[in-house]
Design a protein around this ligand. Structure first.
Ligand SMILES: NC(=O)c1ccc[n+]([C@@H]2O[C@H](COP(=O)([O-])OP(=O)(O)OC[C@H]3O[C@@H](n4cnc5c(N)ncnc54)[C@H](OP(=O)(O)O)[C@@H]3O)[C@@H](O)[C@H]2O)c1
Length: 350
């Protein structure tokens, strides 16, 4: 189903709506979600101090506005994010579609360390731990967060498929896989969603991942659709060493200054329409559903009800072909890679 075809009137193909958002289905899994989800990562870690009271209010408001897909991972706050979400998820279990992930391994004594494990034994232990922290019996959408180079994707998805058969997981997803890996995985068990970075600043997925998802009927869940805040114009550098962006080439030094200049076309469109830069950036991601003929459910992250409302409103803003053409050259001019180490991204393996 092409989610963008429903945008504008707020009316899904079947005639149903959820709050202010149209709805779509995650791949062939039969799970319906609003066409925009909420990324919950920043509520626990990565982008500065947490405000758990406002974050909880943001979760509740999101549901009221028709957001039903809530995105977390076992590594966000090293388990904190799943535990924080558990009250909300349990209070609204029938309405919330909860997505979590496994596969990134951290060390308590080394915050910068990232390892990867996709072995069947690890996956089983990881899902049990996520279910315990979330206090639920079944994860709605379970993602492999990163590919472990030592484990064939077929073995990983085989182990994930067992969890579906056992009722611990409803649907499967993959993050940062190449188009070829997605096709191999989908041959083992249907993949409902692929979650990878996709925004006006990060378009490497368009080479193989987007075409594979479109051909297979896999929903695309763009993460960091606001370029980790940069595309909103509100990121002006960080002095906080705990802010993850301080480790990312495009957010620091001369790169950040050069990249800020690339926001000019967004500003022109935002001013002409009386909308925000964040809304232009998100409307561009939603427009990819129409342009590339696949279901797209971006998961912008925010800890604030005001920004949430801004972001949800963007899901039904249609950019014109002229505006899309104006925005087209931006990604090709970005200075600095999306991670310092690109080897664990899909682009790093293409
Ligand atoms: N699979 C993966 O490997 C992976 C990697 C990264 C992220 N993710 C998922 O994707 C989600 C979203 O990505 P992200 O959080 O990295 O980046 P993002 O959604 O592109 O941007 C989030 C940043 O933008 C700010 N922001 C949000 N809405 C705004 C608005 N309307 N105006 C101004 N600023 C705004 C947020 O600050 P405030 O919170 O202060 O509003 C935050 O600093 C995450 O929460 C996580 O669930 C997955």
């Amino acid at each position: 189903m092409n989610s963008d075809s429903m945008a504008g009137g707020g009316q899904a193909a079947g005639g149903s709506t959820t709050g202010a958002l149209p709805i779509t289905t995650l791949g062939a899994a039969g799970i319906q979600v609003g066409t925009q989800g909420l990324g919950c990562m920043g509520m626990s870690e990565f982008y500065g101090p947490s405000d758990l009271t406002e974050s909880r209010a943001t979760l509740d408001r999101a549901l009221e506005l028709g957001v039903t897909l809530f995105d977390t991972a076992d590594v966000y706050g090293s388990g904190h994010n799943e535990e924080f979400l558990s009250d909300f998820v349990n209070a609204e279990r029938d309405r919330v579609v909860i997505a979590t992930k496994f596969g990134i391994v951290r060390k308590a004594d080394d915050p910068a360390y990232r390892g990867f494990d996709n072995s069947p034994g690890y996956i089983r232990a990881a899902v049990e731990a996520s279910l315990r922290r979330l206090r639920i019996d079944t994860v709605d959408l379970y993602y492999m967060h990163r590919k472990d180079p030592g484990v064939p994707i077929e073995d990983t998805v085989g182990a994930m498929a067992e969890l579906v058969r056992e009722g611990k997981v409803r649907a499967l997803g993959l993050s940062e896989v190449t188009g070829a890996e997605l096709r191999s995985a989908h041959a083992v068990h249907p993949i409902a969603a692929v979650q990878s970075e996709w925004s006006l600043f990060s378009r490497d997925v368009e080479a193989t991942v987007v075409p594979a998802a479109a051909a297979l009927g896999v929903t695309f869940v763009p993460y960091s659709p606001l370029g980790r805040g940069f595309l909103t114009g509100s990121f002006t550098g960080t002095a906080d060493a705990k802010d993850f962006r301080a480790t990312m080439p495009r957010f620091v030094g001369e790169n950040a200054a050069r990249n800020a200049e690339l926001l000019a076309p967004l500003r022109t469109i935002a001013d002409a329409r009386g909308i925000t830069l964040a809304q232009v950036a998100l409307a561009w991601v939603h427009a990819q559903s129409r342009v590339r003929d696949l279901a797209v459910v971006p998961i912008p992250g925010t800890r604030s009800r005001t920004r949430l409302a801004d972001n949800v409103a963007a899901a039904t803003i249609s950019l014109t072909d002229v505006e899309l053409t104006t925005l087209e050259p931006i990604a090709g001019k970005v200075s600095g890679t999306r991670y310092a180490d690109m080897s664990f991204t899909s682009a790093g393996r293409e």
